[in-house]
Structures are given as C-alpha cells and as structure tokens.
Design a protein around this ligand. Structure first.
Ligand code: BTN
Length: 334
C-alpha cells in the first residue's frame, strides 16, 4: 500500500485502539518512520480531536476507549453487502475523494452501486460552495456512496433532494423527531443544521454519470468545535444520547439504497410530496440570494424537477409563482 499521511495515521490509530501504551520507538519501527515523525502524526491526530496522552518512558495511550466504525458490525446490518463494498477508514482526506480515486481502478466488484466509504475523521472534508466541512475524529458520520446513473446529467437532476429525504428517513427511524429539509439539501432539526450533502459527479453529458454522494451527519460534536460558520446541532443534543454509530450508519446506507434505487427508476417525482411536507421554509417569506441579486417571495415548496418555487410579484405587480434552480435561501426578517 502506498505510504500516505492518512495511511500512517490509520496505522497509528489501529495500534492505539488496543488501549495499551505504544512507545514512539515501537510505532516508529512498525511504520518505518522516526520517533519525531511519530510525534508529528500524534500531534495531528490530537488536533483532529483524538484524545491521546503520553507518559515519558511508556509512550502514547488513548485517554478513553472509543467506539469506531467497524466492518463486521456494518455487515450484520447490511446483509446484502459484500466486504469489498464497505471501505472503513480511520483518517482520510475526504471520503468523497477516496471513492473518486477508486473510480480509476475500474474494478466493478470494488465499485458496485451502493459501495460506501466511512471515516472517523477527514483532514480535508469538503462542503458545498467550496467550503470546508469540519470533520473532527469520531464525532460524526462522514460517509460517501457510489452510484452510477445511465442517461447523462439530466438523469440526476434533483438527486441531492432525494438524498436529503433518505437522511431524514434514517434519522427518523431512531424515533419521533422534528427534523426537516432546507432547500436544496440541508437537513435541519430544531432550527439548526444537522447534516449536509455534497454530490460529486464524473461522467459525460449523455452517457452514464458516476456519482459520489457524500453525507456529513453530526453525531456528537464537541461543544468547542470551531470554524463551523452556521448554527448546528447533533443527534446527541436531539436524543440526549448519540445512537450507536454502526447502527446509525447501517440505517443510513439502507435508506440511501432504497431511495437511490427508486430515484434511478422514477426520478424525483415520487419524492416531491414527502419533500414538501418536510420543507422547513414552506409558506414562509424568504429571500433567495443569487449572486448579487436577492429575490423575495413566499416559499411554495419544490416542483417535480426539484426547483424551489416562490410566490412573488412580477414586473407588472401581478402575483405569480416562479421556479428557481440556484441560490441560497433564507428567511426574510419580519
Ligand atoms: C454541506 O456543505 O452542507 C455539505 C457537507 C458534506 C460533507 C460530507 S462528509 C462526507 C463527504 N466527504 C466530504 O469531503 N464531504 C462530504
């Protein structure tokens, strides 16, 4: 295996999980790096939020036991999956980028529809609009799924909205909860962001589209997490306790498979009504920011193509309903 920073950090975590002290010398020998190199990687893992301490003469140890994503537990929840379809990593740059790299191997077994990559931490997690997705260790679900659609780019129009529904269904399967969707694809609970979706697409205009569907679902983020630019919540705050992570991940993967299978056959249409029921802005006075332009209107949910509909006054002062495909929506202050 190519020796990358992520691989080395994965190996260090694997050894620390034992719960025993690991000396810098042992780790260095096992990984073929110097003790100073080990110290550098340990510092990086601490910065990702992994609670590691050191005792002189004994080495490094995890401050407390942690539960991790684990293939065996996931396979129990996902009986249809083969081992090759589940990639579980401790530290990776981005689960989306990892799956993107797998496309080039063109190994159809490794990359069947539904293949997933899960990680405990991302060093370069990506959000929408070029933003960073803050991804500390073990606090969230960072998950990407591969799916290939025939029929060019038009066959995936509205895909991210359907994926939002899959996330809501997975979360609601844990218990009754006030969870909703903010157009186009943010999952909200109690007025704050609970999960985000980023879809990368590789392919041709009219040929098949290879999509990588990335989901970041907040499980139990530390209170002091910095650099998240908007109000957020997590499953721990909502349910009082974070759900067991493999069970949550398995649920999400199952719901995603169901939604993507239906979407592949019938597009967005069968999901529109359910989406509109969950729309947190429906019936509210909103503002749609498109570049420098702000369009004001009353949100009327989405249409069959996934465009957001606004009831607004046209140039002649008539009340009309118009559909928009882009922009950022927010509630208009009263
Ligand atoms: C958003 O900005 O709302 C989208 C966030 C998507 C984050 C997820 S985490 C797993 C996957 N890997 C990434 O680098 N991004 C997505």
């Amino acid at each position: 295996m190519k020796k990358t920073q992520s691989n080395t950090r994965n190996e260090i975590v694997k050894r620390l999980i034992s719960g025993e002290f690991c000396s810098g010398e042992q780790l260095g020998q096992a990984l073929g790096i110097s003790r100073a190199g080990v110290a550098k990687h340990i510092k990086a893992l601490q910065e990702l939020g992994l609670d590691i301490y050191s005792v002189s003469g004994r080495g490094y140890k995890l401050a407390h036991a942690i539960s991790l994503f684990d293939k065996t537990s996931l396979l129990k929840v996902l009986p249809e999956y083969s081992e090759q379809q589940i990639h579980v990593l401790h530290v990776i740059d981005s689960t989306n980028d990892y799956l993107k790299q797998q496309i080039q191997f063109e190994d159809k077994e490794r990359l069947r529809n539904g293949t997933v990559c899960m990680a405990e931490a991302q060093t370069a997690g990506r959000g929408r609009q070029g933003k960073k997705w803050v991804s500390p260790f073990g606090c969230s679900l960072y998950c990407s799924m591969y799916w290939e659609f025939d029929g060019g780019y038009q066959s995936i129009s509205g895909l991210s909205l359907a994926v939002g529904l899959a996330v809501v269904r997975a979360v609601q399967s844990l218990g009754e909860m006030d969870v909703g969707l903010k157009w186009p694809n943010d999952v909200y609970a109690q007025g704050k962001k609970l999960a985000g979706i980023l879809i990368d697409v590789e392919g041709h205009m009219h040929g098949s589209c290879q999509s990588i569907i990335g989901i970041g679902l907040n499980m139990a983020l530390p209170g002091n997490v910095e650099a998240i630019s908007q109000p957020w919540t997590d499953l721990q705050q909502i349910f009082g306790k974070a759900p067991e992570k493999n069970m949550m991940a398995g649920n999400l993967i199952l719901h995603l498979n169901n939604v993507l299978t239906d979407f592949e056959h019938s597009g967005l249409k069968p999901f529109v009504e359910e989406w509109n029921q969950l729309d947190i802005y429906r019936g509210k006075e909103v503002r749609l920011l498109m570049g420098k332009n702000a369009i004001a209107g009353k949100a009327k949910g989405i249409d069959d193509s996934g465009a957001v509909q606004l009831e607004m006054l046209d140039e002649s002062g008539n009340l009309v309903t118009r559909s928009f495909f882009g922009g950022e929506i927010s509630v208009r202050p009263a």
